[in-house]
Design a protein around this ligand. Structure first.
Ligand code: BES
Ligand code: MN
Ligand code: ZN
Length: 483
C-alpha cells in the first residue's frame, strides 16, 4: 500500500473515497451530510459506515462517513479503529484507493500515526493459505489529508507505517500453522528479519542450552522431534545510553502446545498454534525498533519449543534444574510457558538486561479474570509498571494491573523441589506470575499475560479475526519514550 500525506483543502482531495469522521450528537453539516444526520441515517455511532456518492464541490469520487462515537471519548486509539473500520468497509466494496480527512483537532503526530496504522492494520487479511482470494483485494493507495501541519506529520506517517507493518509481520508469524512454523523455522524467520533490518541475531541450539544448564526450557522440548531454539535479537544504539539502561523483551515461543503428557482436550486445541504470540510480538517489536532507533539498547529473547507428548516427553513429577539453579517439580506438563520463560529470564539477566518485560499466552485463568479485553499486567517494580501502563494507554492496548504479593507464595509449595510449576485451583494467573517472579527478582520486571488478547476468535469491524499483535505497539513506545 502506497501511503502519502497531503496538505490541501478538503474539497481538493483526489481519491476514490474520502473518509470523514462523524461524531454522535454532533450534527455534521459539512458536505451536505446534515440531511442524512437529521434523517437518522447517520448517527455517528462507532464504526457506522455511510457511503455517499457525487458530493457537490468535492474532487473525491465518494465520501465515506465513519462513526467515531462520542466526541468526549475520542482519542488516537479510537481514530485508529475508525480508520480501520472504514478501510475494511471500502475493501468489501472493492475500493482500493482511499484518503482520510483529519480536522485540526486530530492532527497531532500520534493521531496521524494512528490513522496510518488503522489503514495498514485494517488492510491485513489472514488469507495466506487461501488459493482463491479474488473477493478481497489489498488496498493500493492511502492518503492522510490535512489542511496544514509541520514536518512532524511526515515523520508521524513514517512511524505509523513502520509500526503497523511490524504488527502485521507479527500477525502473519503468529498465524502460521505449527507444521510450518517449528521452533527452528521461527528462528529462521527472526534471523531473516534481523538481516533485512540490521539487527544482530543469535540462536542457541539444544547443545548450547545443555552446556549452559537450561534444564527447565529443555525439559519442555523433550517430547517433540522438533529441536528447541533460544532466539536472541539485539539492537544497540549508535551512542551508548548514559544511564546504561538495557531493556530485555522476553516472549513465549511455544509453536504448539498440546499440553504434553498432561494433554489438553481436543476441542479448540488448534488455537494453540498461537502459543508463540508473545514471541512473535517481541520479534515484531524489534523489527520496528531497528528502524525507529531508540536511545536505549534492547534485546529480545524468545524461547521457542513445541510442547508434545512424545515417548521422551517429560512426565508429571519430573524434577528439572533451571539455569538459575532453582529446582522445579513439574506437576503439570501443560504449565510449560513458565518453564521456558524462567530460563529465558535468567539468561536475559546474564546478558546484562537491567529491565525486563515478558509477554506470554500464559494462562486460561487470565481469560477467566479479564476476558478478551485487557492484558493482565503483573510487576515487581512500580516505576517500570507505570512506564508500561503509560505506553499501553497511549497505544490503545488495554492492560490491567494484577496483584503480585508474597501472600500468594503459599500457593506455590513443592515437597520435593524448590518450587512446583503450578499453584492450586485458585488465582491461576497470579500463581503463574508468582512463579516467574522467583526468577525475575531482583531485576525490575513486568509480566504481560496475553492469553485473552493475542488473537480474535471473531473479526472486529477494524481488524480481521486471528492474531492481534498485542503488545507490540506498547513495547515499541516503551523503548522509544525511554530517556
Ligand atoms: N498456553 C496455555 C494457556 C492458554 C490457554 C493460552 C488458553 C490461551 C488460551 C498454557 O500453556 C497452559 O496450558 N496453561 C494452563 C496452566 C495450568 C496447567 C496451570 C492453563 O491455563 O490451563
Ligand atoms: Mn500449556
Ligand atoms: Zn502454553
Amino acid at each position: 500500500m502506497q501511503i502519502t500525506l497531503q496538505r490541501q483543502p478538503i474539497e481538493e482531495v483526489q481519491t476514490n473515497a474520502l473518509i470523514i469522521l462523524v461524531f454522535q450528537k454532533r450534527r455534521e453539516d459539512r458536505l451536505g451530510l446534515g440531511e442524512l444526520f437529521d434523517a437518522g441515517e447517520i448517527s455517528g455511532k462507532a464504526f457506522e459506515t455511510t457511503l455517499v456518492h457525487n458530493v457537490p464541490g468535492m474532487r473525491a469520487r465518494r465520501v465515506l462517513a465513519v462513526g467515531a462515537g462520542q466526541p468526549g471519548k475520542f482519542n488516537a486509539a479510537e481514530l485508529r479503529k475508525a480508520v480501520g473500520a472504514a478501510i475494511r468497509h471500502l475493501k468489501s466494496k472493492s475500493i482500493t484507493d482511499a484518503a482520510v480527512w483529519l480536522d485540526a483537532a486530530q492532527t497531532g503526530a500520534d493521531d496521524v500515526a494512528a490513522a496510518v496504522e488503522g489503514a495498514i492494520l485494517g488492510d491485513f487479511e489472514t488469507d495466506r493459505y487461501k488459493t482463491d482470494k479474488k473477493d478481497v483485494k489489498p488496498m493500493e493507495r492511502f492518503t492522510v489529508a490535512v489542511a496544514e501541519g509541520g514536518p512532524q506529520l511526515d515523520a508521524a506517517v513514517e512511524r505509523g507505517r513502520i509500526v503497523a507493518e511490524a504488527q502485521n509481520f507479527t500477525r502473519e508469524l503468529a498465524n502460521e500453522p505449527s507444521n510450518r512454523l517449528t521452533p527452528m523455522a521461527l528462528a529462521g524467520d527472526a534471523r531473516r528479519m534481523a538481516e533485512e533490518f540490521g539487527l544482530e541475531c543469535e540462536v542457541l541450539d539444544r547443545d548450547r542450552m545443555t552446556q549452559l544448564g537450561m534444564g527447565s526450557l529443555l525439559g519442555v522440548a523433550m517430547g517433540s522431534a522438533e529441536p528447541p531454539a533460544l532466539i536472541i535479537l539485539r539492537y544497540r544504539p549508535a551512542t551508548p545510553h548514559a544511564a546504561s539502561v538495557h531493556l530485555g523483551l522476553v516472549g513465549k515461543g511455544v509453536t504448539f502446545d498440546t499440553g504434553g503428557i498432561s494433554i489438553k482436550p481436543a476441542d479448540g486445541m488448534e488455537k494453540m498454534k498461537y502459543d508463540m504470540s508473545g514471541g512473535a510480538a517481541m520479534i515484531g517489536a524489534m523489527r520496528a525498533l531497528a528502524q525507529l532507533k531508540p536511545a536505549i539498547p534492547v534485546t529480545a529473547l524468545i524461547p521457542a519449543v513445541e510442547n508434545m507428548p512424545g515417548s521422551r516427553a517429560q512426565r508429571p513429577g519430573d524434577i528439572v534444574t533451571s539455569l538459575s539453579g532453582k529446582t522445579i517439580e513439574v506437576i503439570n506438563t501443560d504449565a510449560e510457558g513458565r518453564l521456558i520463560l524462567a530460563d529465558a529470564i535468567s539468561y536475559a539477566q546474564k546478558l546484562g538486561c537491567t529491565h525486563l518485560v515478558d509477554a506470554a499466552t500464559l494462562t486460561g485463568a487470565i481469560v477467566v479474570a479479564l476476558g478478551h479485553i485487557h492484558v493482565g499486567l503483573f510487576a515487581n517494580d512500580d516505576a517500570l509498571r507505570e512506564r508500561v501502563l503509560l505506553a499501553a494507554r497511549a497505544e490503545g492496548e488495554k492492560m490491567w494491573h494484577m496483584p503480585l504479593e508474597d501472600d500468594y507464595k503459599d500457593y506455590l509449595k513443592s515437597v520435593f523441589a524448590d518450587l512446583p510449576n503450578v499453584g492450586g485451583r485458585y488465582g491461576g494467573a497470579v500463581t503463574a506470575a508468582m512463579f516467574l517472579k522467583e526468577f525475575a527478582d531482583p531485576t525490575p520486571w513486568v509480566h504481560l499475560d496475553i492469553a485473552g488478547t493475542a488473537w480474535l476468535d471473531d473479526s472486529k469491524p477494524f481488524l480481521a479475526k486471528g492474531p492481534t499483535g498485542v503488545p507490540l505497539r506498547t513495547m515499541v513506545r516503551l523503548a522509544m519514550d525511554w530517556q
